[in-house]
Design a protein around this ligand. Structure first.
Ligand code: OSB
Ligand code: MG
Length: 369
């Protein structure tokens, strides 16, 4: 298909309450929306490294500029017939995975709509019903966390992910395990530690955790491999896996036993599917993570969560957990206890509300071939 027009919108979406992690406390989520059109058809992507380059080396304001001034001109007016074809046009540019993802995600929505099929079916998804987990940031008090965990239990969530950072660490897990001896729990360190903290991390082996997500630096596969050799709890990589190359290297050096795949972080659907295949061939199970995107970004995550080799509940949440008003429609609603249903509509089945995009937009660009 020929790409006739591209629209890029950088937005700031207010959260109901702040999300606190090892890389900061955030009350607003910045995100970049991309719309690709071909003839009367169009598709949407949403990709969100957030306001600061604190989770990854990318950030939304730089993403907006590189998307508008460098990437969009490479794609505009081109005939692009596959996800690999789209990635080829951008392959001269190093890194900038979230920026590439905005276009790749929009291309896949557009392509699936033109074929008249749901995206999840087009990429080989098998399970229309996907499982979601509960996830809790750093809180003011442990009682607040217990309250949330009891509520998650009541709602039938099958696993709980806890943010873990210096100050909200071993004592917190010790208390949680006492209160919830049976719950499937894992911790996400968001790269807050180094091998100097090995004693702290080794202590985690005592709590029967499902995995430890990204304990060390985002670009440090080797130290993760050294750490994995010394602990029983499986390591799951998030920040470190940005491409098929990093997935291959992580597996080869033994840096992880799980991979969290986020479509934005890896450059889109094309690479997410390829990384899942590499992991599956190496007997490494995967699960789908998120960046607190609107229902538009979440819809791409749902599509990926239907793939084979997804062996752990996803970080996909109902709209009312973080947003008063979702920028996308329809909103995210559970189809059963901690479950979401993949759409039967063509594409991702979700698009941004025009008035919400206007209201929340920080910068906007429109390019026509
Ligand atoms: O590290 O997985 C992460 C959200 C934003 C940025 C990074 C991460 C997260 C989450 C998502 O943990 C949690 C959720 O969607 O429930
Ligand atoms: Mg993570």
């Amino acid at each position: 298909m020929k790409i006739d027009a591209i629209e890029i919108v950088h937005v700031a979406m207010p959260l109901i309450y702040p999300f606190r992690t090892a890389f900061g406390n955030n009350d607003t989520i910045e995100s970049v929306f991309v719309r690709l059109s071909s003839g009367e058809h169009y598709g949407w992507g949403e990709s969100s490294p957030w306001k600061l380059p604190a989770y990854s080396p990318e950030c939304c304001s730089a993403q907006f500029l590189i998307s508008r001034d460098i990437m969009a001109p490479l794609l505009l007016g081109k005939d692009i017939d596959s996800g690999d074809g789209l990635q080829d046009h951008l392959s001269g540019l190093k890194g900038n995975y979230f920026a590439k993802a905005g276009f790749d995600l929009a291309w896949w929505d557009l392509h699936a709509k033109m074929q008249g099929v749901p995206l999840w079916q087009l990429i080989g998804g098998k399970n229309a019903t996907i499982e979601a987990g509960a996830d809790f940031g750093v809180m003011e008090t442990i009682d607040e966390l217990f309250k949330e965990m009891y509520s998650a239990q009541t709602h039938g969530y099958k696993r709980v992910k806890l943010k873990f950072r210096p100050g909200w660490d071993l004592w917190m897990i010790e208390a949680v395990r006492k209160e919830f001896p049976e719950t499937i729990i894992h911790v996400d360190c968001n790269s807050a530690y180094t091998l100097k903290d090995i004693d702290t991390i080794k202590e985690l082996d005592r709590y029967n955790l499902a995995m430890i997500e990204q304990p060390l630096m985002h670009d440090d596969l080797l130290d993760h491999a050294k750490l994995q050799a010394q602990i029983k709890t499986p390591i799951c990589l998030d920040e470190s896996i940005v491409s098929t190359h990093s997935a291959r290297k992580a597996i080869e050096c033994g840096a992880c036993q799980w991979v969290n795949i986020k479509p934005g972080r890896v450059g889109g659907i094309t690479n997410a599917v390829a990384i899942n295949k590499i992991c599956m061939d190496a007997d490494i199970p995967c699960w789908i993570g998120g960046m607190l995107e609107s229902a538009v970004g979440a819809a791409h995550c749902v599509a990926l969560a239907t793939l084979p080799n997804m062996k752990y509940p996803a970080d996909i949440f109902p709209t009312d957990r973080f947003y008063h008003d979702d920028l996308g429609e329809p909103e995210m609603v559970h189809s059963g206890p901690s479950e979401f249903q993949a759409t039967m509509k063509p594409g991702i089945g979700v698009e941004p509300k025009a008035e919400a995009l206007d209201k929340l937009s920080l910068s906007r660009a429109s390019l026509v071939a």
